[in-house]
Design a binder for this molecule. Structure first.
Ligand code: 13P
Ligand code: SF4
Length: 332
């Protein structure tokens, strides 16, 4: 007999002290089951204040880890421990190498303030926390970097070179990328690690030109993980929640092409005026790994008292990653 996953998930959610969390990039059928939705910042904030002892997080690894770090007393399970490809580009040894790169070029370690995008492993956040640094998300990077600059130190921004450059550009600051061309940390304000999101690399100037030629009044809205040349050619850049708000506030007849993950953009276009800014389908492979069956099995494992895919972070990492995350939350 086949299982009605939707009905079973609803039954388990009613029975168990559990909160199901879903990022906007999740498949529709999984996203619909979530009690808490939002961009990375909102998810971190809402999970911290949520009262249930169990969290089932439908998203990518760093998101579940972040909940465990800011609320270590909670039991956090992930239906798929899927890893964000960008977060995988840096580990703590690459982080140390980046600090060393700056030291070797004349910036003493005590003059470096690291800021990590939330899309990073907890061990990288811990390194950042130990050095007095902070986490940021796509919705608060401007505020966090501005605060970081008050220290008078050089900002080491990891792992997303695009986010780092986009915010440097919008603030009129000089940035450079370690390992790309001449990157003199003494000359730049923000020194970026060379990481990126392969999904957001899919949006091109040709895509923007295509839509602008076809609909001269169209608006282009993108996520700041896109390349600076894409952000510069767009009308708006913002986090997933900020993109949703931007599109919702447009006149219903206003055409808009959105450059971010497919599941989210597809949900935004009931009236035919919202387009995916790409000739391909920009799906995040790891976000798409989680299925309704995975969610059901994870909730069932709590009912059976044999929890699966539990997120475990060692105490040292929790302590220092927590410092970096809490510094961010305090600024917000
Ligand atoms: P948001 O914080 O904007 O939701 O972004 C998360 C992400 O992974 C974008 O690719
Ligand atoms: Fe990571 Fe990119 Fe997927 Fe976002 S879209 S979770 S940055 S791989």
């Amino acid at each position: 007999m086949s299982i009605d996953y939707r009905a079973e998930i609803k039954r388990l959610k009613e029975k168990l002290p559990v909160t199901v969390v879903g990022h906007f990039y999740q498949r529709d059928e999984v996203f619909e089951m979530a009690d808490i939705i939002g961009d990375s910042l909102e998810l971190a904030r809402k999970c911290k204040t949520d009262s249930n002892p169990w969290v089932v997080f439908c998203g990518v690894g760093f998101m579940g880890q972040s909940v465990k770090v800011i609320a270590p007393e909670k039991r956090v399970l992930m239906p798929k421990v899927a890893c964000c490809a960008m977060a995988r580009m840096i580990d703590s040894s690459y982080f140390d190498d980046s600090v060393q790169y700056m030291v070797d070029r004349g910036v003493p370690k005590e003059n470096i303030l690291p800021i990590t995008y939330i899309n990073s492993d907890a061990t990288v956040k811990a390194k950042v926390g130990e050095m007095g640094g902070m986490v940021c998300t796509s919705s608060n990077a401007y505020k966090i970097i501005e605060k970081g600059l008050e220290s008078g130190k050089k900002i080491l921004f990891v792992p997303d070179r695009c986010l780092g450059q986009n915010f440097a550009n919008s603030m009129g600051l000089k940035s450079c990328i370690i390992g790309e061309g001449e990157c003199d940390p003494k000359e730049a304000d923000i020194i970026c690690f060379n990481g990126f999101c392969s999904v957001h690399q899919l949006f091109t100037l040709d895509d923007i030109e295509f839509y602008r030629n076809r609909y001269p009044d169209i608006k282009i809205a993108v996520h700041p993980e896109c390349d600076p040349e894409i952000v510069n050619a767009s009308d708006f850049a913002g986090s997933t929640s900020q993109l949703i708000k931007y599109v919702a506030e447009l006149d219903p007849n206003q055409k808009v092409a959105v450059g971010t993950e497919y599941n989210l953009v597809n949900r935004m276009r009931p009236n035919g005026n919202t387009f995916v800014l790409s000739s391909t389908k920009p799906e995040c492979p790891t976000m798409n790994e989680t299925t309704l069956e995975d969610l059901y099995l994870t909730l069932k494992s709590i009912e059976d008292e044999k929890p699966i895919n539990e997120i475990v972070v060692d105490p040292h990492t929790v302590k220092y990653a927590n410092l970096a995350l809490e510094r961010m939350l305090a600024i917000n």
